[in-house]
Design a protein around this ligand. Sequence first.
Ligand code: SAH
Length: 205
Amino acid sequence: MVVEQLESRDIRDKRVLKAMRQVPRHLFVPLSLRDRAYADHPLPIGEDQTISQPYIVALMTQGLELKGQENILEIGTGSGYQAAVLSLLASHVYSIEINATLAESARPLLHNLGYANVDVRTGDGFFGWPEKAPFDGIIVTCAARRVPGPLFEQLKEGGRMVIPVGETGEGQRLIRVRKLKGKAYEEEISLVMFVPMVGQDKKKD
Ligand code: SAH
């Protein structure tokens, strides 16, 4: 998986490649799909949700530019796989999942596999996790209409946010937002297809 899907594309961060080798992805997918766990596509994880394609997990993780000491916020815990990868690359990972069934299954899985620096809670990630802010990195694994204000506020000066934005059905853009002197600087990383962020993000302005 790492050689064919990641190194052959544009995943260059050595630490990210190492973490992708270490995390047992098959333990994060349903039993019936285990033989496809390392294939080059997303897979269903129940509750109408999916675990992202390995390449997208690596690309988003690389976009955070982690060195090891960071405080990270993830929106959309899902299976817990992305959180496990992040836990090997940062100091602490806070992950919010709006679907209680998924959160209640990811939490013990991460704990039992020894990813002790990950905290999972149920809630609407649109509002972030203010008690644990500010964050060096924020990763959003569901597509928002635009960057949620509370998440940008909770980003540290110099911090990075990797987030897919755009309406579902139309093309979504995976972007990196950097906070410099309190202002947002945006770069496009790729075009992607994510499940929509639900909750406050979809409410009328
Ligand atoms: N990172 C996950 C993939 C997540 S799929 C993994 O590695 O498996 C996207 C997830 O975002 C879904 O589980 C969905 O329930 C969740 N989600 C959608 N809207 C959300 C919101 N407002 N707050 C938190 N989680 C949300």
